[in-house]
Design a protein around this ligand. Structure first.
Ligand SMILES: [Fe+2]
Length: 175
């Protein structure tokens, strides 16, 4: 393994410390791999300033949104105790990873990429997490977290991430 990959792995772990809440070490690594793969496919060197949405002007970043959704979902999963905890944490952490392919930095502005005009992040994200070795239960959360999920029956873990995602989005939207 090269130094560059190691630096990137530590970079992702630092940005998303909730990764350490995942008990299964293979799943933890697969979450990191999904973000590294997304950085590679989206040609990103740094991702901490990417906004969480392009639909409105916001200072909230994708990383802040991802952490907030994951932490809200962890709180609910700990309260209910009948959900697959690792799947919830992994799903929260990667639900928006496809946004790294949906947007790009052009003239110092974050805009929708040509790819993103054709493929929305739940779809690109599904491909990323499957290729990164995440199980279909987590890939289902990614594919179903947004409107795309209206066409399937969401798993309980996907229901949770879907709602936490919209809680964070709707509150932010009103600001
Ligand atoms: Fe989201």
């Amino acid at each position: 393994m090269t130094g560059g990959i190691k630096v990137n792995k530590d970079y992702i772990k630092k940005l998303l410390p909730e990764i350490n809440e995942i008990k299964n070490l293979k799943l933890r690594q697969a979450v990191i791999n999904a973000w590294l793969l997304a950085m590679d496919r989206g040609k990103w060197k740094k991702i901490e300033k990417i906004p969480f949405t392009l639909l409105k002007q916001t200072s909230r970043t994708l990383v802040e949104h991802t952490r907030c959704v994951t932490r809200m979902a962890i709180a609910v999963a700990k309260t209910r105790r009948d959900l697959d905890f690792d799947v919830v944490v992994a799903g929260g952490l990667v639900h928006d990873v496809g946004k790294l392919m949906e947007c790009e930095l052009r003239n110092n502005k974050y805009v929708k990429s040509a790819y993103g005009k054709l493929v929305r992040h739940p779809v690109s994200g599904y491909g990323l997490v499957i290729d990164a070795g995440l199980p279909v239960e987590v890939a289902h959360i990614v594919a179903a977290h947004s409107e795309e999920g209206e066409k399937v029956t969401r798993s309980p873990e996907a229901v949770l991430i879907h709602h936490c995602d919209f809680i964070d989005y709707e509150i932010e939207r009103q600001k």
